[in-house]
Design a binder for this molecule. Structure first.
Ligand code: ATP
Ligand code: MG
Length: 496
């Protein structure tokens, strides 16, 4: 990797400050005025160069977290794995990170020694030159023994600090909080197209890793050795697929080969982090394409082994088609600007799997509600070791499936009462999807569509009187009673 970045001046790239959030611009200027380097980084730069609207604007700087905190009153430091500054504005949070490096302290010590040696020999041969910026981590703190010997034991021995960079023996990163130079910060990023910097000082784009060329070619290429980088953080494999699907890019050949060979390591990633990633995989408008790529690479099977095994039992393409159609449906909603909640996503994708489990339990003689409760509990137990779906999402799926029965009741006061309940919109969404896909219950769907149309919500209308608790509201899948839900998934307005 060359030491010299390619600098693309303002006249040669399309990024205009108009397209950047005004809050991000303010933060960039404030950092600059305080004497710091300040760059817009990551997906924001990538998306602006592609003419896409960025999801968020991240900033990198040479200011340390506590320095950032001093510059911004509206700043909060967050993060245990690494410290980040969140600058709070009334409608937006701008994330500011200090330049980091992903080289270990041993590596950086070796690198320092090499640099120092090179500088020493250069200085004997030539006139003194200005010092290159040295990351904090390479300015090593005195060891306990050297510190105590220096002051003859007058200072109590320091407690050894936890290492800022920690990897497992296999090379997976457990902690990386080593500050670095801008170049190190670029090369520790995941893909070349995600490592471009936009500088506020002269509005140029700075490219240390060949990201501009890969943007032009439409390639997702990991920075550095793909095997090392995927081992360091297996979530990068999932991100590769997401970016390829969302941007319509190809995964570069070596990156793709490593991904196929090392996909099983995804099982080592944190399930909580994977839950966040899975939502991004399927809720950004290209879920169906992402799903096909995950299936083709075998990654879907690593993420969801039980569901994958069920999909593999396909007859005439089902249930594979079901999951694909569910994601098509979600993509259509997302592209139309409708927010799809995670419980709807998972219910559409995996509702049939839970229903299949319920049917099996019922055929063994179990009561309908008990069977559903047990099926949902089994589903949750299967999924959480890899993707930590929260219990409240599982409960919401269970309510949607239970409420399918309530949708059948079209006589008397029941329909009006149910229409006004918070669970109605989700249940009706599931009916709309399943009837569309299977061609079943089309008449029921049409009946509800008409009923919704003829019973608009009147402002100020009295809330329906509480009904007797049904089994569905009183008990949870594990049999315990449920506390009243304070913050459940928000109901969406029913769309006929
Ligand atoms: P999105 O449009 O989804 O926000 P993004 O590229 O901005 O995409 P983020 O998750 O917001 O993705 O991360 C911001 C940047 O941080 C990335 O562009 C990348 O440079 C870096 N990054 C994020 N995750 C990793 C990772 N696992 N390994 C290395 N670098 C990462
Ligand atoms: Mg981002």
């Amino acid at each position: 990797m060359s030491d010299q970045p390619v600098i693309i001046p303002r006249s040669d790239h399309p990024i205009s400050r108009k397209w950047i959030s005004q809050n991000a611009i303010r933060v960039l200027y404030r950092l600059k005025e305080s004497g710091h380097l300040a760059y817009l980084v990551g997906g924001g730069v990538r998306d602006l160069l592609l003419g896409r609207e960025p999801k968020d604007f991240d900033i990198a700087t040479d200011a340390k977290p506590n320095e950032i905190k001093k510059i911004f009153r509206n700043c909060r430091l967050i993060g245990r794995r690494f410290r980040l500054a969140h600058i709070h504005f009334h409608d937006e949070i701008i994330e500011v990170a200090t330049f980091r490096s992903n080289i270990t302290e041993e590596e950086s010590a070796v690198e320092t020694a090499v640099k120092v040696e090179a500088q020493a020999s250069a200085s004997t041969q030539a006139a003194p030159r200005t010092e290159t910026a040295m990351p904090d981590a390479v300015l090593r703190e005195p060891t306990i023994s050297s510190a105590s010997s220096a002051v003859q034991g007058s200072v109590p021995p320091e407690r050894p600090r936890p290492p800022r960079m920690l990897k497992t023996d296999d090379g997976m990163i457990l902690r990386d909080n080593v500050f670095g130079t801008p170049e190190q910060d670029a090369i520790r990023r995941d893909f070349t197209v995600n490592a471009l910097f936009y500088g506020i000082a002269d509005y140029s784009v700075i490219d240390y890793v060949g990201g501009m060329e890969d943007l032009r070619k439409g390639l997702i290429r990991i920075i550095g050795d793909p095997v090392v980088r995927f081992t360091e953080d297996p979530v990068r494999m999932v991100r590769a697929v997401r970016f390829a699907a969302v941007l319509g890019f190809e995964i570069e050949a070596k990156t793709y080969k490593a991904l196929l060979e090392h996909k099983d390591k995804i099982a080592l990633a944190s399930p909580a982090r994977m839950y966040e990633e899975v939502q991004k995989l399927f809720l950004l408008g290209e879920g169906e394409k992402t799903y096909q790529m995950l299936r083709n690479t075998g990654m879907f099977g690593v993420l969801f082994p039980h569901i994958n095994a069920w999909i593999d039992t396909e007859e005439e393409g089902y249930p594979h088609i079901w999951v694909g159609k569910a994601l098509d449906w979600v993509d259509t909603c997302v592209l139309a600007g409708r927010k799809v909640q995670p419980h709807i996503l998972f219910c559409l994708m995996f509702g049939q799997y839970v229903e299949m489990k319920t049917a099996k339990l019922r055929s063994g003689g179990m009561a309908p509600l008990d069977a559903l409760d047990m099926a949902v509990a089994e589903f949750l137990a299967e999924i959480v070791p890899r993707v930590q779906v929260p219990r409240k999402v599982a409960l919401a799926i269970r309510d949607i499936l239970w409420n399918q029965g309530r949708l059948e009741k079209t006589q008397g006061k029941a329909p009006l009462y149910f229409l006004r309940r918070p669970g109605f919109a989700d249940a009706f969404e599931y009916l709309r999807f399943t009837s569309e896909l299977t061609g079943e219950r089309l008449e029921l769907r049409a009946w509800w569509k008409e009923f919704i149309r003829s019973h608009p919500v009147v402002p100020g209308e009295a809330a329906p009187t509480p009904e007797k608790k049904t089994g569905s509201q009183a008990r949870r899948p594990d049999g315990r009673r449920r506390r009243p839900r304070r913050r459940g998934p928000k109901p969406q307005a029913p769309k006929p």
